[in-house]
Design a protein around this ligand. Structure first.
Ligand code: HEC
Length: 140
């Protein structure tokens, strides 16, 4: 008798938990759909006149390596974020390839800065600056 009651109680508790859990999941704040930077923000902050790439370019010239750690880290994140976006235009396969290359180039820039290697950083910057058109032609 006691045992049966106990079992029923457990069943009831499990049921209540299930209801609460489901209601919680339904009522929970919708998670922000994006926890990565948008293409628009990446382009503005990365490639604008006073953007991160230009900060790096100037910093390499004046050898202010310590000031470049932060912009380099931001670029690295943007490099990883770009491909998480879905562009309005263009083929998936092409976007996958070009955003993958974008990520690799950002990593190369950040790596050059980390090693305080002006030559490597400049080469990576030049490569990046030649990549704009191909991607914009297909996806902008
Ligand atoms: C791998 C793809 C890719 C590469 C490489 C790329 N872009 Fe973009 N860019 C885009 C896409 C896609 C858009 C359109 C974004 C939108 O309108 O939301 C865009 C938009 C822009 C814009 C307009 C921003 C806005 O939304 O107002 C600027 C400025 C820009 N890019 C600069 C550059 C420069 C400079 C380079 C090269 C140094 C570059 N981009 C390289 C994909 C790329």
């Amino acid at each position: 008798m006691v045992r049966q009651f106990g079992r029923r109680l457990v069943g009831l508790a499990a049921f209540a938990f299930g209801v609460l859990f489901t209601a919680g999941a339904i009522l929970a704040e919708p998670r922000p759909a994006e926890d990565f930077a948008s293409v628009h923000d990446i382009m503005k902050k990365g490639h604008g006149k006073k953007g991160l790439l230009n900060q790096i370019k100037d910093g390499v010239k004046t050898e202010k390596w310590d000031d470049l750690a932060k912009p380099a880290a931001e670029l690295k994140k943007y490099g990883a974020d770009l491909g998480k976006n879905q562009p309005d235009k263009g083929e998936d396969a092409s976007w996958k390839k070009l955003s993958g290359e974008y990520k690799t180039m950002m990593l190369a820039i950040a790596d050059g800065v980390e090693k305080k290697d002006a030559k490597a950083t400049n080469e990576a910057l030049t490569k990046m600056n030649k990549s704009c058109k191909a991607c914009h032609d297909g996806h902008k």
